[in-house]
Design a protein around this ligand. Structure first.
Ligand SMILES: Cc1cc2nc3c(=O)[nH]c(=O)nc-3n(C[C@H](O)[C@H](O)[C@H](O)COP(=O)(O)OP(=O)(O)OC[C@H]3O[C@@H](n4cnc5c(N)ncnc54)[C@H](O)[C@@H]3O)c2cc1C
Length: 471
């Protein structure tokens, strides 16, 4: 298996595949890990995935837990109480740190990461995929996954369409020192944010400030902005540049919004930003990519190991494409709400009022946190197609039992068996489980595949997700 790109998506996918002993080579075009700091927020579902693979403690040590407030279009509302999760917070962590932790995890599980290896050509036939590198070397694998970011070479080589909207606005973002007292900045920013929602200047520790400021026009995205660009934009909007100096890093981002038409062409698949891009408002891109990888990993492993039912790999696109389409819409809506125009500002005031209703606030919070997702597994109990939160079980916590990336049958009746699927699915007979259903079959990604108490019915669903029984 070859993965193009060792960003968060590629690293997570590599680790997931290694849980199933699939040989993995990750090709990364950069020679050094990217040091450019994007502070990302990990939302609840991503935090849960890390907990499921035993990574959460390590990540918590390097990040900062924050209450999940102002999560939608930066509207100043706290997240509702009692979200259905053991992790009701937002985890602030620099992107290079999360990428480093995921890469180390993948390597510890046996993945090989090759840096300075840019994929430049891809050809596939019935038996596999041939990948060419910039230096002309050719590599061969059964499958290739393009996790190579928004400008994905793999997606372009496949000829997969990437429809959507180009960037219309640009925002500068950087970390720098300031030359005026904090009170002066805070007062000016509070005044300006009445009309400029996309402006933000806040202390970032060690005397540094994070400056986010809308830029006039869309510049050359390939070029990082200069301190002079920041000073000019600050003077234009705030009338002063606050004496900014000594930048640690400077960057720009646009609001292009695009979704790949297909996630799979034969033996080549796309995941993460290679499959979808959108502006960072709401902080969902990395979360979405890591969750794509979590959805795809066990399915691709099943395909490689030969036990995947015929349609399993295609459920990756069936499940994840609509989720990305929804995220794109939610970010489009949030971008509108950041506009300084009177119409969007009126809608923002109205939505702020509506978020005072618990049900509205909860709906939006669950959307952003990706815990409201329900995949279409067909009709049935309301839990089917949803993820199960971490609950107490006999051996401790449910997520602790999902570390190996296998399916799990939770059997409160203690009458059922996973029989010939025991090499792929674990069994836990536990009448104490805090669930109001008799038995639950969980997929390796923690989604509920079946609920019931009949062995024959269970066997049908085991076949659907885990293929033929052994022996
Ligand atoms: C300012 C800003 C703030 C953000 N904040 C958040 C946030 O709070 N929460 C959130 O979830 N997301 C956030 N995001 C989005 C997030 O950074 C991206 O969605 C995320 O990096 C996508 O991960 P990825 O692994 O899919 O792609 P990338 O991170 O782009 O990684 C792709 C990798 O592929 C490599 N590559 C590219 N081409 C090739 C090739 N031909 N061959 C081999 N390797 C190749 C690249 O070098 C790179 O390492 C933010 C983005 C920005 C710009």
């Amino acid at each position: 298996m070859i993965i193009a790109g060792c960003g968060p998506t590629g690293a997570m996918l590599a680790a997931e595949l290694r849980l199933h002993d699939v040989r993995v080579l990750v090709l990364e075009k950069e020679t050094e890990p990217v040091s450019f700091v994007r502070i990302v927020g990990l939302h609840i579902r991503s935090i849960e995935l890390l907990a499921m693979r035993g990574l959460l403690e390590r990540v918590l040590e390097r990040g900062r837990r924050r209450p999940a407030g102002a999560y939608f279009a930066a509207i100043d509302k706290p997240a509702p109480e009692g979200l259905d999760t053991a992790h009701p917070y937002l985890l602030g962590i620099p992107q290079p740190v999360i990428v480093q932790l995921l890469e180390q995890h993948a390597i510890a599980l046996g993945a090989q990461v090759r840096r300075g290896a840019a994929v430049t050509a891809v050809e596939q036939d019935d038996a596999g995929v041939t990948v060419a590198l910039a230096d002309g070397e050719q590599l061969r694998a059964g499958y290739l996954v393009g996790c190579d970011g928004g400008r994905s070479t793999v997606r372009k080589l496949l000829g997969v369409g990437f429809p959507g909207e180009p960037s219309r606005t640009e925002t500068l973002m950087g970390e720098m020192a300031v030359g005026v007292p904090h009170e002066e900045i805070a007062a000016k920013v509070a005044e300006l944010r009445e009309t400029h929602q996309r402006l933000d200047i806040r202390p970032f520790g060690e005397g540094m400030y994070r400056v986010v400021i809308p830029a006039v026009g869309v510049g050359n995205r390939a070029q990082p902005p200069t301190l002079d660009d920041f000073q000019q934009e600050l003077r234009a909007i705030a009338g002063t540049d606050f004496g900014v100096h000594s930048p640690r890093w400077l960057s720009r981002f646009g609001d292009a919004t695009r979704l790949a038409e297909r996630y799979r062409v034969g033996r080549v698949l796309l995941a993460g930003d290679a499959a979808h891009i959108h502006p960072p408002i709401g902080g969902q891109g990395l979360n979405l990519g890591v969750q794509d990888a979590f959805n795809l990993g066990w399915k691709l492993a099943a395909q490689v190991r030969g036990w995947a039912p015929d349609t399993l790999l295609d459920t990756y696109q069936d499940e994840r494409h609509p989720v990305a389409a929804d995220v794109l819409d939610v970010t489009r809506a949030q971008m509108e709400l950041l506009s300084a125009e009177p119409g969007p500002r009126a809608v923002r005031r109205l939505l702020t009022e509506l978020m005072g209703f618990d049900e509205v606030n909860r709906h939006l919070a669950e959307k952003i946190a990706a815990i409201g997702i329900r995949y279409d597994f067909g009709a049935g109990h309301d839990l089917i197609g949803r993820r199960l939160r971490d609950i107490d079980v006999k051996q401790g916590r449910l997520y602790g039992l999902l570390r190996r990336g296998r399916g799990l049958l939770l059997d409160r009746t203690e009458r059922l068996t996973v029989g010939g699927w025991a090499d792929r699915v674990d069994y836990l007979g536990d009448p104490t489980v805090e669930l109001d259903v008799p038995c639950v079959l969980l997929r390796p990604d923690g989604y509920v595949a079946w609920i019931g108490e009949d062995q024959q019915d269970l066997d049908g669903h085991l076949s659907r997700w885990f293929g033929r029984p052994a022996g």
